[in-house]
Design a protein around this ligand. Structure first.
Ligand SMILES: Nc1ncnc2c1ncn2[C@@H]1O[C@H](COP(=O)(O)OP(=O)(O)O)[C@@H](O)[C@H]1O
Ligand SMILES: [Mg+2]
Length: 399
């Protein structure tokens, strides 16, 4: 029998979405075809330590207690010491990429995280599935590390990941491609601290109420507020400023929330759209993960024409940010005007069996475990395509 493909599944991570990542990774590992794949679980603690032996999932305390791990907190006592700690990220006292033990040996056929060495403690893998939501994982950082190590990985590359994470940059790109985005303002934490009055006046003048205030880089609605009047504005800006040095204010749309899954590399396909009916005033963290009362309607009740429009826009958004593998594109459909806006694009969407991304594919004829197989194939294809590019240049030869 052919050798199994060794798939490193990376989960946890240093973001406020650490706990969500554990649930997504659990679902993926459970559904992976064990005949074809050997799973190499790799956990990252909130402090940035990479756990590669023992049972990293257990070490990261799955299942998380409800409400445990306050969002955004990087508590210090979690899961230190027990597994093989490979790399220590910058959030730890020991800064730098520090392999647990580095012994230089010629590289074997499998790829190593540190090129040219073998016994680094990082398990040898053929491909990596990063299941990390939010900063330090979905934003191009881990993707950059994998590029340097020449390891194929699932999902968007460095550019697509970074653009998909940063709501300001993402909207800028969408706009440059003529894709519809909601009116918004780019705000800096520094300006907020220097002259709060001026910032509040600007928001009131340009957008008015209700509006949304968000950190530029985050997800799962962490740090996001809906602001109805001036008294709520300063607390909302203070909250967003806790999470990022860049923030945005957006006009609030009286919206139906429609989501569409995209799969592929250069010729991506779009799923049937789904609709989220949040249990609360908007789809905040509690409505997403805690109260269990938000509804997913699959497929969304939309005319054939609107469905087609959503799918076209989803693919256009995917290509605009140079995405690869997968993305979930979220739309706001204005109930008052019928206008569509692209809300955001998520390069590593929630991936539990009940998450929208896999459910939309299931409704479109691709079951969960086949979807994972396809994503791994796409990772290998993209890596092979990238490998075709020349990495050296000599002016004489090119003439
Ligand atoms: N401009 C907006 N108008 C209406 N609702 C919005 C707007 N921006 C955000 N929301 C609400 O907030 C939720 C989270 O915002 P989003 O930009 O998707 O951030 P996240 O990356 O945290 O999911 C959305 O799902 C929606 O419910
Ligand atoms: Mg969202």
């Amino acid at each position: 029998m052919a050798e199994k493909l060794r798939v490193g599944v990376i989960f946890g991570g240093q973001s406020g979405e650490h706990e969500v990542s554990l649930v997504s990774a659990q679902g993926i590992m459970k559904a992976m075809d064990k005949e074809k794949y050997e799973i190499i679980p790799i956990g990252i603690t909130k402090e940035g330590r990479w756990l590669t032996s023992g049972d990293p999932m257990k070490l990261l305390q799955y299942p998380p207690a409800k409400g445990a791990g306050e969002l955004g907190s990087r508590s210090s006592e979690q899961s230190k010491g027990t597994g093989t700690e490979v790399l220590s990220g910058a959030k730890d006292q020991e800064r730098g990429l520090v392999p647990a033990n580095t012994r230089t040996e010629p590289s074997r056929s499998r790829r190593d995280l540190v090129p040219g060495t073998r016994e680094t403690g990082f398990p040898q893998v053929d491909v990596v599935f990063p299941v990390l939501h939010g900063p330090y994982g979905e934003d191009g950082t881990v993707q950059g590390l994998l590029e340097l190590a020449d390891i194929p990985y699932v999902g968007a590359g460095v550019l697509g990941s970074a653009l998909g994470m940063d709501k300001i940059a993402m909207k800028g790109i969408f706009r440059s491609y003529g894709l519809p985005v909601v009116e918004h303002l780019e705000l800096k934490r520094k300006d907020w601290e220097l002259d709060p009055e001026a910032m509040m006046e600007l928001i009131e003048k340009e957008l008015g109420y209700p509006c949304f205030i968000k950190p530029a880089n985050l997800g799962s609605s962490v740090g996001i507020s809906k602001v109805h009047e001036r008294s709520e504005l300063a607390p909302a800006l203070d909250l967003a400023a806790r999470y990022d040095r860049r923030m945005l204010a957006e006009r609030a749309v009286n919206a139906r929330e429609i989501e569409c899954s995209v799969l592929g590399n250069d010729e991506p396909i779009a799923s049937v759209p789904g609709e989220i009916v949040p249990s609360r005033e908007f789809y905040d963290y509690i409505a997403k993960y805690i109260d269990d009362r938000s509804e997913l309607i699959i497929p969304a009740d939309l005319s054939a024409e609107l469905t087609r429009r959503i799918q076209e826009l989803a693919i256009a958004a995917f290509l605009a940010v140079d995405c690869a593998g997968m993305a979930r594109v979220d739309f706001l459909l204005d109930r008052d005007t019928g206008e569509f806006y692209i809300g955001e694009l998520n390069t590593i969407p929630g991936f539990t069996p009940i998450s929208m991304y896999p459910k939309l594919w299931e409704a479109s004829g691709i079951p969960y475990s086949e979807l994972i197989g396809r994503l791994i194939e796409l990772a290998l294809e993209r890596h092979a395509d990238n490998s075709r590019s020349e990495t050296s240049y000599s002016p004489e030869q090119s003439e």
